[in-house]
Ligand binder design. Structure first.
Ligand SMILES: Nc1ncnc2c1ncn2[C@@H]1O[C@H](COP(=O)(O)OP(=O)(O)OP(=O)(O)O)[C@@H](O)[C@H]1O
Ligand SMILES: [Mg+2]
Length: 264
């Protein structure tokens, strides 16, 4: 059997202050899968995506990328790091951290130039146009709006033509048209995608499989996304749905709510 693209095996992560985020996470992602990562605030979604992207290393267990153990030593090897940084990219939840060039043009061109990719200028022009950034190419990234910054950060990743894309809450600051474009662009591509979101109504459009982290550091679900979204007990147990009381016609009663799902 072919190696999975990504495999977590018994992964635990604790921050240097000793705080444990999760323990014993095991899952695999095959090439081409679109996987949605769900979990309440603080469950560890962003931490998991940083592990996937090699920015953090597990405190226990192993992470394999195309069958190679993602160790600090491997990530320090120039040839591997170069391929890995082009192929496995992460859109941060707060992308300001990624932007440091004086202009949007230089920002988007930075990765291709570092990697010595051909056609840098054409790549920049193409992705700037796709993301509606062409008129902003000479602007300073720091002076853009939050959503515009996120578009620039996304262009910086897509310009590398990665096979794997990790996206941390992309719908939080992008406008609906851009989120729609992103969904179409990603789902129609052969890329493998792992995307975290709190937006349960959008989740159904982002992928076919769900990984759900509960608030106690456990992967409490790995399976079809639509089945998970219909299982209110599961969503409540994972801290994603809320049981609250309210009144209808003077009668108080309680039921489960997944607010953005219900209002869509
Ligand atoms: N740099 C850090 N140092 C120490 N602890 C951290 C650090 N970053 C995050 N944490 C802790 O790790 C845990 C998981 O955080 P993480 O950001 O991965 O959660 P999340 O699921 O992405 O949450 P959200 O939905 O709010 O984005 C939290 O308890 C958080 O306080
Ligand atoms: Mg997060």
């Amino acid at each position: 059997m072919a190696e999975p693209l990504l495999e977590f095996n018994g992964v635990a992560y604790a921050w240097p202050d000793g705080r444990s985020v999760f323990a014993d996470l095991s899952f695999r992602i095959e090439a081409g899968e679109k996987v949605v990562l769900l979990g309440p605030n603080g469950a560890g979604k962003s931490t998991l995506l940083r592990l996937v992207n090699g920015l953090l290393q597990p405190t226990q267990g192993t992470i394999a990328w195309q069958g190679c153990m993602l160790t600090k030593e491997l990530l320090r090897q120039r040839d591997f790091a170069r391929r890995f940084r082009q192929d496995n990219v992460l859109l941060f939840q707060h992308p300001e951290a990624m932007l440091f060039n004086p202009t949007v043009r230089e920002e988007i061109a930075y990765g291709p130039r570092q990697l010595g990719l051909p056609d840098g200028d054409q790549r920049v022009a193409r992705w700037a146009a796709e993301l509606g950034l062409s008129a902003l190419l000479d602007e300073a990234p720091f002076a853009l709006s939050g959503g515009q910054k996120q578009k620039v950060a996304l262009a910086c990743l897509l310009v590398l033509d990665p096979s794997f894309l990790a996206l941390d809450e992309p719908s939080a600051s992008l406008d609906p048209a851009t989120v729609g474009w992103l969904i179409d662009t990603l789902l129609e591509s052969g890329r493998t995608v792992l995307v975290s979101t709190h937006n349960l109504s959008l989740a159904a459009e982002l992928g076919e499989r769900a990984l759900i982290l509960n608030g106690e550091g456990r992967l409490c679900y790995d399976g079809p996304l639509t089945a998970a979204l219909q299982d209110l007990e599961l969503l409540q147990a994972a801290g994603l749905a809320h049981r609250h009381r309210h009144r209808h016609g003077g009668q108080a009663h309680a039921h489960l709510h997944v607010h953005d799902w219900e209002s869509s």
